[in-house]
Design a protein around this ligand. Structure first.
Ligand code: FAD
Length: 479
């Protein structure tokens, strides 16, 4: 068996780790192709400012599916230096988490080598895949050819889009990472406008604050909604909102599942905990009508709130969300999409330590949230080479610097993999999913990460990536 793993980020690490755990391994090779200098770290976990933190507590950051303690065990004593006092959990700089991924990849490589598989890394972009008889041939950007029996596509979702066509404008940063480099050209007194109000926008604000920024900061977005704030984990697992219950409902209803069915399961979770579903739902839906500082203050005060509603919804979004999403009718998916920002904010909340920084800046007036952005343009001359932000209502604003904090949608094809994905289609190895992403059309191809077709609009988190990696490893071992 000669496996080619295309892309060397977290998904590739999860896959190597899961392959190393499988018992039977015959002779063969595993070749990992990664053209960037961020081997094993991918886009998020490369070297950066210490203020750029992981977005979740240790149990949710284990790259080993089924072993929630794997990352915590690696972190060990080091965690104490990074404790979020409100959450009571260590939240480390993302670069340190990258060290964990690199360590896991190295351990897996050693175990695989011991069991007879040769593992090598090629610092190259894969540009094309073709079939030649029973074999698959990969061609890299620099023209070299590699033979493989199986392919695992772990290419992530690539670079951010440019929503206002500002690429090339002086003062515009299209991709904020690594913030250690991109914020270097920002003066402490600059008026900074950040496009977006999600977790990446939070990273930018917190990094500016850590660098002692004194100028105005504006978060520009259509909704103006910030992510929710993490609550302390509680020792209670879902009893109703589970894959088993969802499958049972789907079968009972002769192959159909609705959003109301899922709401019914959440209602049952809350009823078990003697919590009022109506109150929970009303609070959730009122999010966009509330003043952002007031909402943030209330959520920071609720980190310890024992009520389980939001925790259950958050866990379900990642644990059973991808499965349930595929069973829902189009109309229900469209209904969920209408609440995109709210759903993403609940599924992927910000960590309390970052929320506290945002609240301080909002209260002092240094940070504002500006919803309803219509357009942004660079105006030379009259406005002194600044950016003009046009709003749907009101006078708009100007900025010296614009930082794009919009992430590519899950299932989008990264530029670096565009030709490869087209060639997989031509070779009959994969087909595009109508909702975005790629579906294998040949048992020798596996997709791990956001490019897997048919997924929802919520970015695959580390547990999701780890679960997919485990499934792909099992299928590879069984073939
Ligand atoms: C900024 C950010 C922060 C995040 N933080 C968290 C978090 O704290 N907790 C959490 O649970 N989740 C987080 N996530 C979500 C999730 O953990 C990451 O998206 C995860 O790292 C995805 O890993 P990946 O390997 O699929 O993709 P990536 O990390 O993007 O890696 C894909 C790799 O494929 C390579 N590649 C692309 N095309 C080719 C090609 N043609 N040939 C060869 N190689 C190619 C790229 O160079 C890249 O290194 C975050 C996501 C982002 C974007």
């Amino acid at each position: 068996m000669d496996i080619a793993i295309i892309g060397g980020g977290a998904a590739a690490v999860g896959l190597l780790d899961a392959l190393a755990a499988a018992e039977d391994s015959g002779p063969g090779t595993i070749t990992v192709f990664e053209p960037s200098p961020r081997l094993w770290r991918g886009r998020p976990y490369g070297p950066d400012l210490d203020a750029v933190l992981v977005n979740a507590p240790p149990a949710i950051m284990s790259i080993r599916h089924g072993d929630l303690g794997h990352y915590a065990a690696w972190l060990g004593e080091r965690g104490a230096a990074h404790l979020d006092p409100l959450l009571g959990q260590p939240l480390v700089p993302r670069a340190l988490y990258g060290d964990y991924l690199a360590y896991t990849a190295e351990k897996a490589t050693a175990a695989l080598e011991e069991s007879g598989l040769r593992v090598r890394v090629e610092a190259a972009r894969v540009a094309e895949a073709t079939r030649s008889g029973g074999r698959l041939t990969l061609r890299t950007g620099d023209g070299r050819a590699y033979a493989a029996t199986h392919l695992a596509l772990c290419v992530g979702s690539g670079a951010p889009p440019d929503p206002y066509g500002l690429t090339g404008s002086p003062g515009y940063t299209g991709d904020p990472y690594p913030l250690a480099r991109t914020l270097d050209g920002v003066c402490a007194t600059d008026d900074v406008a950040i496009i977006g109000s999600g977790l990446t926008a939070v990273d930018v604000v917190v990094s500016l604050a850590a660098r002692g920024h004194t100028g105005r900061i504006a978060l520009l977005s259509r909704s103006g909604l910030l992510p929710h704030v993490w609550q302390r984990p509680v020792d209670r697992r879902p009893r109703h909102l589970t894959a088993e219950r969802i499958t049972a409902l789907y079968e009972q209803r002769a192959g159909s599942l609705t959003l109301e069915d899922l709401v019914g399961l959440l209602r049952a979770e809350l009823a078990d905990a003697k919590e009022d579903f109506g109150e929970f739902a009303a609070e959730l839906m009122a999010a966009d009508a509330e003043d952002p500082a007031r909402r943030l203050r209330r959520q920071l005060a609720a980190v310890d709130d024992p009520r389980i509603g939001r925790r259950m919804l958050q866990e379900a979004a990642h644990a059973v969300g991808p499965y349930a999403w595929r069973l829902l009718p189009d109309a229900d998916r469209a209904r969920l999409r209408q609440h995109f920002r709210l759903a993403v904010g609940v599924a992927s909340p910000m960590v309390p330590v970052n929320a506290a920084v945002l609240l301080r800046l909002l209260e002092s007036g240094q940070l504002v949230i500006a919803p309803g952005v219509r357009a942004i343009e660079r105006v030379n001359g009259r406005a002194n080479g600044r950016f003009q932000v046009h709003a749907v209502r009101g006078a708009g604003r100007t900025a010296d610097v614009v930082v794009n904090a919009v992430n590519p949608a899950p299932q989008s094809v990264p530029d670096a993999a565009r030709h490869l994905v087209q060639s997989l289609g031509r070779a009959g190895l994969a087909t595009p999913h109508p909702g975005g992403g790629l579906v294998p059309a040949d048992p020798r191809l596996h997709v791990v990460g956001d490019l897997a077709g048919g997924g929802s609009f919520i970015t695959t988190s580390i547990p999701g990536v780890a679960a997919q990696a485990r499934r792909a490893a099992r299928a590879l071992r069984a073939s």
